[in-house]
Ligand binder design. Structure first.
Ligand SMILES: NC(=O)C1=CN([C@@H]2O[C@H](COP(=O)(O)OP(=O)(O)OC[C@H]3O[C@@H](n4cnc5c(N)ncnc54)[C@H](O)[C@@H]3O)[C@@H](O)[C@H]2O)C=CC1
Ligand SMILES: O=C(O)[C@H]1O[C@H](OP(=O)(O)OP(=O)(O)OC[C@H]2O[C@@H](n3ccc(=O)[nH]c3=O)[C@H](O)[C@@H]2O)[C@H](O)[C@@H](O)[C@@H]1O
Length: 469
C-alpha cells in the first residue's frame, strides 16, 4: 500500500491555500508544501496578512505553518521530494485563438505537468484539483509519460474541489462529499486508496466517492452548472415577479419547501459572480459543441445568458428610476466582492454594474469592507466596456466607510450581501442623501418597509415594495 508522507501543492490560490491548510491540520504526520511561481503570493502566505480573506483561515494557517505546512517558491525541489502532488493552478477561460471566450485555458496546467515530468526521479501520484474539461487527465498523463525520466511512473487522479469562497474552511472540514476519480486498474485503485486514506482521517468513508476519471471530471462541471442554473432560474422568475406583483422570496419559499427541490441556492440576486460558474458552464458548452451536441450546449449557454440579462435588466431599472439620467450623479455601490465574506471580485456583478454607470457618466462611489482601490481599478480597466484608467479614476471613488460612500448620493445600490449593510443607520443615511433618495436592494437583505417609512424610494429584485401608507 502506498503511504503518503510528503505532499506538494502547485498553486497557492483560493483552492491550494485553504485545502492544504485543512489537510495539514487533519494529517499532522504529513508534510505539506504549497508552492507558487508568484513570490508576492508566497510571501503573503508566510506573513500576517494572508493573500486571501476567508473566515477561520488565519487561525488555522497560524496553527500549522512551520509545523507541517509550508509555503514556498521552490517548485522544483518540492515536486522532487513529494509522493503526491496536487495541481491547483488556475484554469481560466481561454481569451485567444480556437475556443476563445469558452474553452478552458490549460496553459498553466500543462506547464505544471511538464515541470513535474522534468523534475521527478521517483514515482508520483499526480492529483488534478483544478477544474478541467473532461479528458484533461488524459492530456496530463500523456505529457507526464512522454517526458518522464526512465523508470519513473505516474498515476493521475481527478479530485475536484467543491469549496465555496466565504465558507471554504467549513466546506473542507465538513465536506458533503469528496470525489476521487482514477484509472480502473490495480495501480489506479492503489493510488485512489492512498488519497482516500488521507481524506478518511476526517471525512466519513461513505462520503468519499470513487469513480472513473471522466465521471469525476464531468461531475465537477455538472455540479457548478446545476448550482448556477438554480440561480438563473430564480432570477428569471424574479423578473416575472416584478412584472406581476408576486414576491420572489415567497415563491422561493413555496418551491423550496418541496423536498425534491430544496431551499438552497434560490436567492434571487443581481446575478451570480465568482471565478468559476460562468467559466465552467462555458467550458461545458464548449465540450458539448466539440462532441457535436449543440442542443445540449445551447441549453447550458442559456444559464449564462440569463445571468448577463439579469445584470443588465437591473441596471436599466436603476437608470429608468433615476429619471433616465445618471450623468454626474453620485451612485453609491455597497459591496464589490462577488459574495459576502470574501475579498474576491472575479466576475462580480458589481464590476459589470459599475461599468454600465461609468458609461453613463455617473460618479460611482464604492465601499466594500474587503476590496482595495487597486483591485477595483484593475477590475474596471479590464478590456471591455472601458479601458482607460484615467477615466475610471475620474469616475470612481473608493470609500473606507459605507456612510462616507452614501453621503450626498442620489442612489444606493446593494451589490454584495455583507451583513454590516443590514445594520447601518438608514435614517442618518437618508438625511445625508439627495432627494428623492433611492435605494436598490440587489441582494434582498434590507428591511424594505422600514426604508420606505424613513422616506426612501425602494426598488428590490423580484418584488414590488408596497407604498408607505
Ligand atoms: N476559487 C474557488 O473557490 C474554486 C476554484 N476551483 C478551481 O481550482 C483552480 C484554482 O482556482 P483558484 O485557487 O481560485 O485560482 P488562483 O488564481 O487563486 O490560484 C492559482 C495559483 O496557481 C499559480 N500557478 C499557476 N501556474 C503555476 C505553475 N506552473 N507553477 C506554480 N504555480 C502556478 C498562480 O500563480 C496562482 O497563485 C481552478 O481550476 C478553479 O476553477 C475549484 C473550486 C473552488
Ligand atoms: O468551483 C468553484 O469555484 C465553486 O463555485 C461555487 O462557489 P463560489 O463561486 O465560491 O460561491 P457560491 O456560494 O456558489 O456563489 C456563487 C455566486 O452565486 C450567487 N448566488 C448564490 C446562491 C444564490 O441563491 N443566489 C446567488 O445569487 C452568489 O452571490 C455568488 O455571486 C460553488 O458553490 C462551489 O461548490 C464550487 O467549488
Amino acid at each position: 500500500m502506498t503511504v503518503i508522507k510528503k505532499i506538494c501543492c502547485i498553486g497557492a490560490g483560493y483552492v491550494g491555500g485553504p485545502s492544504c491548510t485543512v489537510l495539514a491540520a487533519k494529517c499532522p504526520d504529513v508534510i505539506i508544501t504549497v508552492v507558487d511561481i508568484s513570490q508576492p503570493r508566497i510571501d503573503a502566505w508566510n506573513s500576517d496578512k494572508l493573500p486571501i480573506y476567508e473566515p477561520g483561515l488565519d487561525e488555522m494557517v497560524k496553527q500549522q505553518r512551520g509545523k507541517n505546512l509550508f509555503f514556498s517558491t521552490d517548485v522544483d525541489g518540492t515536486i522532487r521530494d513529494a509522493d503526491l502532488i496536487f495541481v491547483c493552478v488556475n484554469t481560466p477561460t481561454k481569451m485567444y485563438g480556437i475556443g476563445q471566450g469558452r474553452a478552458a485555458d490549460l496553459t498553466y496546467l500543462e506547464a505544471a505537468a511538464r515541470r513535474i515530468a522534468g523534475i521527478s526521479t521517483a514515482p508520483k501520484i499526480v492529483v488534478e484539483k483544478s477544474t478541467v474539461p473532461v479528458h484533461a487527465a488524459d492530456s496530463i498523463a500523456r505529457i507526464l509519460h512522454a517526458n518522464a525520466k526512465e523508470g519513473v511512473t505516474f498515476q493521475i487522479l481527478s479530485n475536484p474541489e467543491f469549496l465555496a469562497e466565504g465558507t471554504a474552511i467549513n466546506d473542507l472540514v465538513n465536506a458533503d462529499r469528496v470525489l476521487i476519480g482514477g484509472q480502473q486498474s490495480p495501480a489506479g485503485h492503489e493510488a485512489i486508496e492512498a488519497l482516500a486514506s488521507l481524506y478518511a482521517r476526517w471525512i466519513p468513508r461513505e462520503r468519499i466517492l470513487t469513480m472513473n476519471t471522466w465521471s469525476s471530471e464531468l461531475s465537477k462541471l455538472t455540479a457548478n452548472a446545476f448550482l448556477a442554473q438554480r440561480v438563473s432560474s430564480i432570477n428569471a422568475i424574479s423578473a416575472v415577479c416584478e412584472a406581476t406583483g408576486a414576491d420572489v422570496e415567497e415563491v422561493a419559499r413555496a418551491i423550496g419547501t418541496d423536498t425534491r427541490i430544496g431551499s438552497k441556492f434560490l436567492k434571487a440576486s443581481i446575478g451570480f459572480g465568482g471565478s468559476c460558474f460562468q467559466k465552467d458552464i462555458l467550458n461545458l458548452v464548449y465540450l458539448c459543441e466539440s462532441l457535436n451536441l449543440p442542443e445540449v450546449g445551447e441549453y447550458w449557454q442559456q444559464v449564462v445568458k440569463m445571468n448577463d440579462w439579469q445584470r443588465e435588466r437591473f441596471t436599466r431599472k436603476v437608470i429608468a428610476q433615476l429619471f433616465n439620467t445618471v450623468q454626474n450623479k453620485k451612485i453609491a455601490i455597497l459591496g464589490f466582492a462577488f459574495k459576502k465574506d470574501t475579498g474576491d471580485t472575479r466576475e462580480s456583478a458589481a464590476i459589470y454594474i459599475s461599468k454600465y454607470f461609468l458609461e453613463e457618466s455617473a460618479q460611482v462611489a464604492i465601499y466594500d469592507p474587503k476590496v482595495s482601490e487597486d483591485q477595483v481599478v484593475r477590475d474596471l480597466s479590464e478590456p471591455g466596456l472601458l479601458s482607460n484608467v484615467d477615466k475610471i479614476k475620474k469616475g470612481v471613488t473608493m470609500y473606507s466607510s459605507a456612510y462616507d460612500a452614501v453621503k450626498d448620493a442620489h442612489a444606493i445600490i446593494v451589490c454584495t450581501e455583507w451583513d454590516e449593510f443590514k445594520t447601518l443607520d438608514y435614517q442618518r443615511i437618508y438625511e445625508g442623501m439627495q432627494k428623492p433618495a433611492f435605494i436598490f436592494d440587489g441582494r434582498l437583505i434590507l428591511d424594505h418597509q422600514k426604508l420606505r417609512s424613513i422616506g426612501f424610494q425602494v426598488e428590490v429584485i423580484g418584488k414590488r415594495v408596497p407604498p408607505k401608507y
